[in-house]
Design a binder for this molecule. Structure first.
Ligand SMILES: [Zn+2]
Length: 162
């Protein structure tokens, strides 16, 4: 199944979608919730995003659209989220001169589960993501933000220090 992100996909009608870029990474799973396991929705994403959060000590400053493929697969009590060939330009501080510069971040593949209901025996300290069952959406902002940080280069230098 192929489909493009629709401008209004999964949007909260209370908010103005043009002012809150984080809504671009909220996907509706209401149709997938009613189909057989293994069914997958695919989104070819090329969208502005914002990972800036108030009080965030280590903000991810997006400087381009986020591009890549997102697959959402229905499994028994959860949805499997896969991202493929994702890329985005972010602003990082040069490790040598501390000036901000633009760094392309590439995420070849990453995946995670969004649980439909909290499990009784969660012992992991990792972040656990849940489907919003009020409106049957998954919010991928935090997952993708973490993946971008995980894919930061060990050393990031501006063009004058390469
Ligand atoms: Zn530099």
């Amino acid at each position: 199944m192929n489909k493009k992100i629709e401008q209004d996909s999964g949007k909260d009608p209370v908010q103005d979608p043009k002012e809150d870029l984080s809504e671009n990474l909220i996907f509706s799973v209401s149709e997938l919730a009613n189909v057989a396991e293994g069914q997958t929705d695919r989104y070819d994403t090329d969208t502005p995003v914002s990972f800036d959060k108030e009080g965030d000590e280590d903000p991810v400053k997006a400087k381009s659209n986020l591009k890549g493929t997102i697959r959402i697969m229905r499994i028994n009590r959860e949805f499997n989220i896969q991202i493929h060939d994702m890329e985005i330009d972010v602003e990082l501080e040069c490790d040598k001169c501390l000036e901000p510069h633009i760094q392309k971040i590439e995420i070849p593949h990453a995946e995670i589960e969004f649980l439909i209901k909290p499990s009784q025996d969660i012992e992991s300290n990792e972040d656990i993501f849940f489907v919003n069952t009020k409106n049957w959406t998954v919010d991928l902002n935090e997952f993708i933000r973490q993946e971008i940080i995980l894919h930061f280069p060990l050393i990031s230098v501006c063009s004058t220090h390469i």
